[in-house]
Write a protein that binds this ligand. Structure first.
Ligand code: B1M
Length: 210
């Protein structure tokens, strides 16, 4: 049986080798990838966040933990399907200007890809004008904005405003997400939808292209 505590401990102690070994072992023993992600990795990252806030972990360690988690997400990627691949539609996703957090955004992108959507992942620290340029270039139908910092949430509003000003607002559905983001905030800035996690983001995106 998989011991998720061992997994969270390995993540919190930034022991990438042990974490990879535990994740590989859990996969081999038939533990569902979604459980490994939620109960092992995301739970571990929540503890990292608490320690960071309390000053018990510092940026270089948090970065190491994030890299260890990223490597394990790559292991789980082929196993984290969310659909039958029957949907089509172009999605632009990125973390807004000033924000460098990308693990959650990459999970959202991965779930959407596995649901059959064509996803263009722009990366982090993306200014509003780059989102606008990519919508035009890729003829996108959905734009997903991610923010993990309360200080970068205003960049979501600036991005929505830039899309409106570009005349492209009617062409796209705009979705927002990230730990500090709420449905009320999404409504406030004129987004079409909010998703609390990668699974619901993928389902919401599919509902927009159907
Ligand atoms: Co940062 N950081 N960080 N950090 N970091 C947080 C967010 C923080 C809550 C930690 C804390 O203090 N408790 C805090 C923010 C406080 C606030 O704003 N209220 C914080 C801070 C303060 C900072 C710095 C300012 C620290 C400093 O320099 N003094 C700095 C900012 C840098 C910058 O962005 N400009 C910083 C830096 C970093 C690292 C670079 C070290 C690293 C990021 C590495 C990386 O991403 N490659 C890092 C990390 C790892 C974290 C924590 C610990 C973990 C984030 C994470 O990956 N979670 C985080 C604490 C926490 O969240 N518990 C923290 C796991 C991930 C799977 O969850 O990203 O929430 P999440 O994604 C979920 C949902 O939110 C949703 O689905 C995902 C999957 O289910 N979702 C979407 C996400 N995006 C979506 C988009 C959608 C839909 C759903 O579109 C439609």
């Amino acid at each position: 049986m998989t011991d998720f505590n061992e997994m969270t401990n390995a993540l919190v102690s930034c022991d990438a080798a042990a974490l990879t070994e535990l994740v590989n072992r859990a996969v081999a023993s038939g533990t569902p990838a979604q459980d490994i992600l939620n109960t092992g990795l995301i739970a571990g990252m929540d503890i990292v966040g608490e320690k960071m806030e309390a000053g018990d972990m510092f940026i270089p360690e948090v970065l190491m933990a994030a890299q260890a988690m990223g490597a394990c997400v790559d292991i789980l990627k082929p196993l984290l399907g969310d659909g039958d691949g029957a949907f089509t539609g172009s999605v632009i996703i990125g973390t807004v200007k000033g924000d460098l957090h990308d693990i959650g955004k990459n999970l959202v992108a991965m779930m959407m890809e596995s649901a059959g959507l064509e996803v263009h992942n722009l990366g982090v620290d993306i200014p509003p004008e780059d989102f606008v340029a990519e919508i035009k270039k890729k003829d996108a139908r959905i734009v997903c904005l991610s923010a993990l910092l309360t200080t970068t949430m205003p960049a979501m509003k600036q991005t929505v405003d830039a899309i409106v000003e570009s005349g492209l607002r009617d062409q796209v559905k705009i979705m927002v997400g990230g730990a500090p983001v709420t449905q009320a905030f999404a409504d406030d800035i004129g987004a079409d939808g909010f998703a609390a996690d990668a699974g619901s983001a993928s389902r919401l995106a599919k509902s927009f292209v159907n």
